[in-house]
Design a protein around this ligand. Structure first.
Ligand code: NSS
Length: 433
């Protein structure tokens, strides 16, 4: 920060008592009575009560403070005073108070519907709640990048506009592309596989797009996808990498943002306990567990929200379910040599019923099998020619995974709805603001 100004968070940490300080930020709350204005100011680090008294500041400053509506941007200076009654334990007794940018009547009041908040999302993202979530998200991403870097992964930048689908046609967003047909990426996986041949371990953080046609609390039409791809790695080692990554992200967030997490209702010590290993259940074991717990679930079925909740009941940490039946998974996975009805793959389920956070698999290296599967699902081969080529030039065992950042954040920040883990949610009925 500009040397003359101090962040509120630093000021609240102590050491400024009875000294002079200047802050700047936005009016969070304000009330005035006669000769006194109590203005609570927020910046990116905290909130501080500023007392503006007539006579202690120039008259124009006092009038400005009195008139200023919430969300006006301000700067002020004065004396820091310890005051138990003030939020955070300190207040600033103003010697100057300047309104930088005035504010109209703020359209978000205490009584507001969900719909109203979504319509004013561009302003609602200033709320304490969303600010906390965005801080936790930033920390989790920083921890992920750190982990990848420590584990010899290169960050790469795959395309977002693609000519083929990765996860099946039903959720594809189509767009016009200079007279041709193209799609918004559902996953960078196929491109990461191509880059794995030179860099061995790659990762990318990209938006992924899914035309999800139902309203749920865990699907977005645009989400941030953190994907890794690793040469010479099989399905079990792939899971080991994933649990290490998830652990690094959630413990990293817990260490960096304990206060934010507490305010969101998440005890950071729970997150600090998310250390490897995570339990691994085969799909067969999962079927048995579901049936033992009373679900009418048959081998071959795809576990839905309720089944995922039932599967993690009594578990404190996330749980892997591995080797699913082929029918319910994507074409690129490697057939399980020990049980050809299944693929070598795994989903990671979050605890507390938050559901699938990661989907990963070992990849099929046999080009003929890939061709058969693409044909079987009715996909034209032409757009996949480049992908099939990869198997013709030095193919090796490899695996990878995709982690839904907002899915992880929904769990970590204890959010009912996934939309509150992304600043501008895109869902079936919303693309504004
Ligand atoms: O479809 S996935 O299960 N798997 C893939 O896309 C692989 N191609 C990834 C890979 O191996 N590189 O999606 C991966 C994750 C999934 O576990 C969720 O956490 C998240 O992506 N995901 C979503 N998050 C939010 N909204 C929607 N609609 C969504 N769909 C998947």
């Amino acid at each position: 920060m500009d040397g003359r100004y101090v962040h509120i968070g630093r000021l609240l940490a102590g050491g400024f008592e009875d000294g002079e300080a200047a802050i700047r930020g936005w009016i969070y709350r304000t009330r005035s009575s006669g000769k006194l204005c109590f203005v609570t100011v927020r910046d990116s680090t905290g909130v501080l009560q500023v007392t503006v008294a007539r006579g202690s500041v120039p008259d124009a400053d006092f009038e400005g403070a009195k008139r200023a509506l919430i969300e006006s941007s301000v700067q002020c200076s004065g004396t820091v005073v310890k005051d138990e009654r003030a939020p955070g334990g300190f207040e600033l007794r103003a010697a100057s108070f300047t309104v930088l940018g005035g504010s109209d009547n703020f359209p978000i009041t205490e009584y507001r519907s969900e719909e109203h908040l979504l319509n004013y999302r561009h302003l609602w993202i200033r709320s304490q709640e969303l600010t906390r979530i965005m801080k936790v998200k930033s920390s989790a991403l920083a921890a992920a990048r750190e982990w990848f870097s420590q584990n010899d992964f290169y960050e790469v930048t795959p395309p977002i506009i693609t000519s083929n689908s990765c996860e099946g046609g039903s959720t594809l967003f189509e767009l016009k592309y200079f007279g041709e047909r193209a799609y918004l990426s559902q996953s960078a996986q196929l491109y990461l596989e191509a880059m794995m041949y030179s860099l061995e371990r790659v990762f990318a953080l990209t938006p992924s797009f899914r035309a999800e046609k139902s309203r749920t609390t865990r699907h977005l039409a645009e989400y941030w996808h953190l994907e890794g791809e690793e040469a010479f790695v099989g399905n079990q080692e792939n899971m080991t990498l994933q649990e290490e990554l998830v652990s690094a992200m959630v413990t990293g967030a817990a260490r960096r943002n304990p206060e934010e997490l507490r305010a969101l209702g998440r005890d950071p010590s729970e997150l600090l306990g998310m250390v490897p290993p995570f339990k691994r259940l085969s799909y067969g074991e999962a079927v048995k567990r579901l049936r033992d717990r009373g679900a009418a679930f048959e081998w071959g079925m795809d576990p839905g929200t309720n089944e995922e909740r039932l599967l993690v009941e009594g578990e404190e940490k996330p749980v892997f379910i591995y080797n699913y039946p082929k029918e319910i998974k994507a074409f690129y996975m490697r057939e399980n040599p020990d049980d050809p009805r299944t693929y070598l793959c795994a989903d990671l389920l979050g605890p507390e019923g938050y559901g699938e956070i990661i989907g990963g698999s070992e990849r099929e290296t046999d080009g003929d099998r890939l061709v058969e599967r693409l044909k079987a699902q009715g996909s034209p081969l032409e757009p996949y020619q480049w992908y099939l080529d990869l198997r013709r030039f030095g193919s090796v065992q490899h695996s990878g995974f995709g982690l839904g950042i907002e899915r992880l954040l929904r769990w970590v920040c204890k959010q009912e709805h996934i939309r509150d883990t992304i600043p501008f949610p895109r869902t079936i009925n919303r693309v504004y603001p």
